[in-house]
Design a protein around this ligand. Structure first.
Ligand code: ADP
Ligand code: MG
Length: 466
């Protein structure tokens, strides 16, 4: 199999995992199931009929969608039994066989007894991470944790938008510990897996096993902890887990899509706990970093786009690294399928739809970002409520829609449920005045009243828009 096909399969698997969740993916598609591209078909080799039926009944749509996204067309999907493939110990065993369902890779001695299976290897590595102005602090801190876990940085929280490398860095820390400190035990899970495991353990009456699993580690990595928002019981358990690990001098590394102060619906003690960690932001990469990421990625794919193509892609795809990689990937796939070499002309064609997506944001997207930021519901800003958070969120939404779209005041009024366009006019004026005065705004959060310069608040929201 050539490296482009291997890369495509890897991306298809990643997309399926994203769609159905890491836990389910590991159970049904982990080591036990193999993907292969043969002609216009996607071959899925499964270890037995049970797994085959399960995949066919439950996941064909997600597999087809993922394949379409990656290859650009939908292949025929063939599920076949290949008994040579043995499920691994943590793979397909039914929940009855194992006391708790598998939650993420880990390595190290378990309760004193060394593990026999090879340590799981996660996808991202610190050496393959390209550092630049947006992510330098996050990268350096991740390296410090990996070099000497529990020493300089005991608790690390990385936050930033989607596709900017947070998971890559958490993976990198775990992989580096695996190699450089093999005697240390680590565990990596997503916030979703942690939550599911907790619920399962409570239902099964085996919270003791859950605690043994998450507290007796040297390094606990939990990705996407914003998933815990609104889940009070899981947050409490996580806080106890965090405290227990801390008391024993061990390390916790976390990622979140927002700064903990702006994750609405996290309990106050948990927010305070998170604020005490070393917090590093991962911002979108600048042009040079994007260019270097592309260059290295192209090298691993063994496709060699000419420099002007790398320039073109790096210049035009700027929102996040996942899209950047996706663009390169699409380009390589098109070149292979159409038997053309990678030229600027092909790049223009391949990226036309992506560039189209760089149109001005929709008003609903702005509304969504602002309501999430201030922790208010969409319905609230469409109401006449004079509540402090609601009226601030409403004014910011209207102002940003005016700034980033070509909508008129009456159109903005209609789009945000306010018939009278003078409401929009006044809201936009209120924000503009605040900016001109270099003023601050205040709103309620779970940790009390927040006060920040208006300019900074708008910049933070606009950053996410891009
Ligand atoms: P996040 O967890 O922040 O949503 P990921 O870590 O999943 O993002 O990154 C998305 C993709 O981009 C991954 O394939 C990752 O390896 C790659 N990536 C992100 N940032 C970098 C970087 N600075 N250097 C190299 N690859 C990166
Ligand atoms: Mg991630």
């Amino acid at each position: 199999m050539d490296s482009t096909a291997a890369e495509m399969l890897c991306q298809i698997r990643e997309q399926v995992a994203e769609k159905i969740g890491g836990n389910r993916f590991r159970t049904w598609f982990g080591e036990a199931t193999r993907f292969q591209l043969s002609g216009d078909a996607l071959d899925i080799a499964v270890p037995n009929a049970f797994v085959g039926n399960w995949i066919t009944t439950n996941y064909l749509t997600q597999i087809a969608d993922s394949a379409r996204q990656v290859i650009g067309s939908e292949p025929r999907i063939k599920v076949r039994i290949s008994p040579a493939i043995e499920p691994v110990a943590t793979g397909i065993a039914s929940p009855r066989n194992s006391e708790l369902p598998p939650a993420g890779p880990s390595h190290g001695a378990v309760n004193g007894a060394p593990r026999t299976e090879a340590p799981a290897r996660l996808r991202g590595d610190l050496v393959s991470f390209v550092a630049g102005p947006g992510n330098e602090l996050a990268y350096m801190t991740a390296c410090a944790v990996a070099r000497a876990p529990g020493k300089v940085v005991k608790h690390l929280l990385l936050h930033g938008g989607c596709g900017l490398g947070k998971t890559h860095l958490l993976h990198g820390i775990c992989n580096a510990i695996n190699e450089d400190h093999p005697h240390l035990e680590w565990r990596y899970v997503s916030g979703e897996e942690f939550t599911n495991e907790f619920i399962y353990a409570v239902k099964a009456g085996r919270i003791d096993l859950f605690r043994a699993k998450f507290r007796n580690v040297d390094v606990l990595a939990i990705d996407d902890i914003h998933f815990l928002a609104n889940k009070k019981a899981t947050q409490d358990e996580f806080l106890h887990t965090f405290n227990a690990i801390d008391v024993s001098g061990k390390t916790v590394v976390l990622s979140s899509d927002r700064h903990p102060r702006t994750i609405a619906a996290l309990s106050e003690p948990l927010v305070n706990r998170l604020l005490a960690a070393t917090i590093a932001v991962v911002d979108p990469p600048d042009y040079r970093t994007r260019r270097e990421i592309l260059r290295r990625r192209a090298a691993t794919m063994q496709c060699e786009p000419p420099p002007e193509v790398l320039d073109y892609v790096a210049r035009h795809v700027s929102r996040n690294v996942r899209e950047l990689e996706g663009a390169l990937f699409k380009l390589a796939a098109m070149a292979t399928l159409m038997r053309e070499s990678i030229t600027l002309e092909l790049a223009r064609r391949a990226l036309a739809d992506l560039l189209d997506a760089e149109r001005p944001p929709a008003s609903s997207e702005i509304e969504q970002l602002v309501t999430t930021f201030f922790g208010v519901g969409r319905e609230a800003i469409r109401s006449k409520s004079r509540d402090r958070n609601v009226s601030l969120a409403r004014a910011v939404t209207m102002y940003l829609i005016r700034k980033h779209t070509s909508m008129s005041f009456p159109e903005i009024g209609r789009a945000t449920g306010h018939k009278n366009h003078s409401t929009v006019l006044m809201a936009a004026r209120r924000i503009q005045d605040g900016l001109d005065r270099n003023g601050a705004v205040a709103w309620r959060t779970s940790t009390g009243l927040q006060e920040r310069p208006l300019k900074q608040v708008l910049e933070e929201i606009e950053q996410k828009l891009r």
